[in-house]
Design a protein around this ligand. Structure first.
Ligand SMILES: *Cc1c(COP(=O)(O)O)cnc(C)c1O
Length: 266
């Protein structure tokens, strides 16, 4: 579907603007980690590439950005394939060179008929938002060599427009997922309300952190329940101050949208 697989580097000005934005976000992540008594390396920066071009993604990978995210299955699988081919051509051409590593994250809501495709390329699925989806993924993951790692998406603010599990139901969801041996729950994911600004974002993130800590204390999430994914371009510093150890940042790195946001066909 049309995206060039040729190695067409960004022009120098665009590449340098991209690098500046990426470095600035990394500095801000590091400062916010410091304010919460942690190191920059304690917070994983996942760059959301949904509005970026494939050339920007290549440039980010060359700069050393490892973790990339998409919110639509079709764009995720196309881009994972394109970048994968590009990297394997590079290692064929120069077997001694260290080829960068890339890990794809699925952060958007998952239709059940696309579960398998999304799982094939994802390192971590952030958007496990119903028991039905968990059951579907458990079944589809039976042939995987290792369990699929997932985060439970929590609708902390209770907005009807948001997907996610209601906070009081999260522990029960985790208990039920305990028997799903092909899935490994690594933690929680949430989003701040669209309106309400930084104060509302902070309240949301604080509540999600409390829930995360409760789950850890009670052991419901199992032994590797250790990822708290919250914070986007407008609120990632607040999220880190509230305890996020993974932030999903798109626009602040990508800049003005380069592609129209993809829509998945059903
Ligand atoms: C798009 C998106 C992001 C990144 O949003 P920005 O505001 O561009 O940083 C993070 N999380 C999810 C689930 C998204 O869909």
């Amino acid at each position: 579907m049309g995206e060039s697989t040729a190695t067409a580097p960004l022009d120098a000005a665009s590449a340098s603007a991209l690098r500046d934005r990426w470095n600035s976000v990394r500095d801000r992540v590091s400062a916010a980690a410091g304010r919460s008594g942690r190191k920059a390396s304690d917070v994983m920066l996942v760059v959301v590439t949904k509005s970026g071009s494939i050339d920007q993604i290549r440039e980010l990978v060359n700069m050393g950005q490892v973790d990339l995210a998409e919110n639509r299955v079709q764009q995720l699988t196309q881009r994972a394939a394109t970048i994968g081919e590009w990297l394997s051509r590079r290692s064929e051409m120069d077997p001694k060179a260290t080829v960068p590593q890339v890990r794809w994250h699925m952060i958007g809501s998952l239709q059940r008929n696309k579960v398998r495709k999304a799982m094939d390329v994802s390192r971590l699925v952030h958007s496990m938002d119903s028991l039905r989806l968990a059951e579907e993924m458990q079944a589809a993951a039976s042939r995987r060599p290792t369990p699929m790692e997932v985060l439970v998406e929590v609708n902390v603010s209770g907005e009807a427009s948001k997907s996610g599990i209601a906070p009081p139901a999260v522990r029960h969801m985790l208990d039920q997922m305990d028997t799903m041996v092909n899935l490994k729950v690594r933690g929680l994911m949430c989003m701040a309300p669209l309106s309400g600004g930084q104060d509302e974002a902070r309240r949301t993130f604080e509540r999600c952190k409390e829930l995360f800590d409760d789950c850890r204390r009670s052991g419901s999430g199992g032994d590797r329940f250790d990822i708290l994914s919250m914070g986007m371009s407008g609120d990632f510093e607040v999220a880190i101050e509230c305890g996020a150890n993974l932030v999903r940042v798109g626009g602040a790195v990508i800049g003005p949208p380069q592609v129209e946001e993809a829509a998945d066909e059903a």
